[in-house]
Write a protein that binds this ligand. Structure first.
Ligand SMILES: O=C[C@H](O)COP(=O)(O)O
Length: 259
């Protein structure tokens, strides 16, 4: 189980799903089902245009974040949204470097690092998404790929700044495929990440939260979150109904009792 001093985080990435009616339904379900003060953190990441509705209707205990942000402060960058705008709206967090953006929008490690820095500049907690493709795993490149993605951020802003964010390990081959990494496979990579971070700073390595993402659901969340270096999940498909999302939150709740 994740170390006592690291609170579990269950984060629902809604991707490009939902509607205003969906937001209202989800928020009222979460208000009814979540404890007033859960011992774990819960966050949701709607599309930009639904952020305001979430922020105005969510239970106080639920954090809200965007799925992306601009690497720039402001200016002639049509279609982008700045960290300052997200902060102004009331966002708490933001995803950076999700594999869907790395692949479909060609986001490079250095752009992702700039976005991570930009989030921190405006007091948003960035969740840095990292993970290898199936080909890279088969080619035994998992550790190299994942470390390169993280180390680019460290080289850009340093360990102390990295530690103000969260890392999400999401093997690309497990995203939306129904093929979850086994708890042992997830733990192996999470442990690798933590041990690499410890070479730079042991305290930060022990403090930073590392989430798992990739076909996580109510039936496997307990086993995954029980792993010593897994501190919760970044959930896609199973965050799209209150029933599925709450099933995962309930596993986090069980594991957080006694903390
Ligand atoms: O951001 C979430 C991940 O991409 C996981 O998505 P999934 O739970 O649908 O596999």
């Amino acid at each position: 189980m994740a170390m006592m001093n690291r609170k579990l985080l269950v984060a629902g990435n809604w991707k490009m799903h939902g509607s205003l009616a969906f937001v209202d339904e989800m928020m009222s379900a979460l208000r009814q089902s979540l404890p007033d003060q859960p011992k774990y953190d819960v966050a949701v990441f709607p599309v930009y245009i639904h952020l305001y509705e979430v922020i105005n209707n969510k239970p106080d205990s639920v954090l809200c974040g965007a799925q992306n942000l601009s690497e720039y402060d402001n200016g002639a960058v049509t279609g982008e949204v700045s960290a300052e705008m997200l902060q102004d709206l009331g966002c708490d967090m933001v995803l950076v470097g999700h594999s869907e953006r790395r692949i479909k929008n060609n986001e490079s490690n250095s752009e992702v690092a700039k976005k991570f820095a930009q989030a921190l500049k405006f007091n948003l907690t960035p969740i840095l998404c990292v993970g290898e493709s199936s080909v890279q795993r088969q080619g035994d490149q998992t550790f190299d790929v994942v470390w390169d993605q993280i180390n680019t951020v460290i080289e850009h802003i340093g360990m102390e700044s990295l530690s103000q964010g969260v890392i999400a390990y999401e093997p690309v081959w497990a995203i939306g495929t129904g093929e979850t990494a086994s708890a042992e496979q997830a733990q192996e990579v999470h442990q690798f990440i933590r041990s690499q971070l410890a070479l730079n700073d042991d305290t930060i390595a022990r403090r930073i939260r590392i989430l798992y993402g990739g076909s996580c659901k109510g039936s496997n969340a307990y086993e995954l979150f029980s792993m010593p270096d897994v501190d919760g999940g970044l959930i896609g498909g199973a965050s799209l109904t209150a029933k599925d999302f709450m099933a995962i939150c309930q596993q986090a709740d069980k594991l957080s009792q006694g903390d």
